[in-house]
Design a protein around this ligand. Structure first.
Ligand code: GCU
Length: 329
């Protein structure tokens, strides 16, 4: 090692030690650095909102954001968070269902009747709080949610007006049992895969289409291949910000409060950022040649209602969650 580099390393180490010493044992003033992973590119609205959260003052909790799925698929990063190898992740509620069954309610098709209903549930529901709290024992603490819009079906070239039009179409879904059952009920053939695989899947003809919000067409580039977006608007599957229980337990109460406060602030500002991004995505996708079709959703709503019945029949807890959601309309 060159002498200069050696001295610079010694100096850095000494500096870190002095910072740590200055922090002392008082956990409320110790600095911690968290890594936060998500699977979208830097030009996606969620990256903007997570960056704002990372930059906010959080009582010494520093956050570094790793976009593009570089730390793994959603399933993989949740596993890393559970073991404590990763501190934070932003994932879809649908991905969390494989780890905590209760999250299934957020993927039920047509469980929210409007954006107002969706926001009211996500911001005020006691069931959501319970689901957040009961996740702690399995390794993660959800601290806020982000609007990820409404999901609709898009295919390479076919408008899908009713479940009959979906017959034989291989539609990529998220890795969630509810999403698989949903596409079956809606008449298609569900193909679960991670988000990062969808573009190639469409390009190589492994799938005929997918279902997502409009940003997938542009920031995800799916609109380069899929040209027919039908507004089935079947799912509002929110994004959820999770902290590893391991990392959470190391924070002081002041830091936990600061982290949650900054996260909730970013949830609020994200609502506007999201609305603008969707508008822009539609324009950009149209420029790519994507056609948007508005349809009468009734046949899909009727076909998907079986999932509501199955969910409420699972048990008293599920029925209570469902009824509370309905009461917040
Ligand atoms: C949305 C969601 C992502 C998710 C993706 C998917 O974009 O915000 O978290 O990975 O859908 O369909 O997999």
């Amino acid at each position: 090692m060159k002498l200069k580099k050696f001295f610079s390393l010694v100096a850095t180490a000494a500096l870190s030690i002095s910072v740590l010493a200055a922090c002392g044992d008082d956990s409320s003033t110790s600095e911690v650095s968290f890594r936060l992973a998500h699977n979208q590119p830097e030009n996606h609205p969620i990256h903007e909102s997570l960056t704002a959260f990372a930059e906010a003052d959080k009582a010494g909790v520093k956050v570094e954001v790793f976009p593009n799925g570089t730390l793994g698929t959603e399933r993989e990063v949740i596993e890393l968070v559970q073991t404590g190898a990763l501190d934070m992740a932003k994932v879809s509620a649908a991905a969390l269902e494989s780890f905590n069954d209760d999250f299934a309610i957020l993927s039920l098709p047509y469980v929210f009747e409007s954006q107002e209903h969706y926001y009211n549930v996500m911001d005020n529901s006691k069931s959501i709080q319970t689901i957040y709290e009961n996740s702690k024992e399995i390794g993660f603490v959800p601290i806020t949610w982000y609007d990820s819009g409404q999901r609709s079906i898009y295919t390479v070239d076919k408008k899908v007006e009713s479940p009959a039009d979906m017959k034989g179409l291989k539609i990529r879904v998220q890795e969630s049992q509810t999403s698989i059952a949903m596409i079956e009920a809606m008449g298609g053939s569900p193909t679960p895969m991670s988000y990062g695989e969808v573009y190639t899947g469409l390009q190589q003809g492994l799938i005929d289409g997918a279902e997502n919000n409009e940003t997938a067409l542009t920031t995800g580039k799916h609109g380069e291949v899929a040209k027919a977006y039908t507004y089935t608007e079947h799912q509002y599957s929110p994004d959820i910000l999770i902290v590893s229980t391991n990392a959470w337990d190391k924070l002081s109460d002041e830091q936990k409060d600061a982290l949650v406060k900054a996260a909730k602030e970013s949830t609020e500002s994200h609502k506007t950022i999201w609305a603008e991004a969707v508008k822009k995505s539609v324009e950009d996708a149209e420029a790519l040649g994507v056609k948007f079709y508005t349809i009468d959703k009734t046949p899909y709503i009727e076909a998907a209602s079986v999932l509501h019945e199955e969910f409420t029949k699972k048990g008293d807890k599920e029925k209570q969650y469902f009824d509370e959601f309905q009461s917040l309309k």
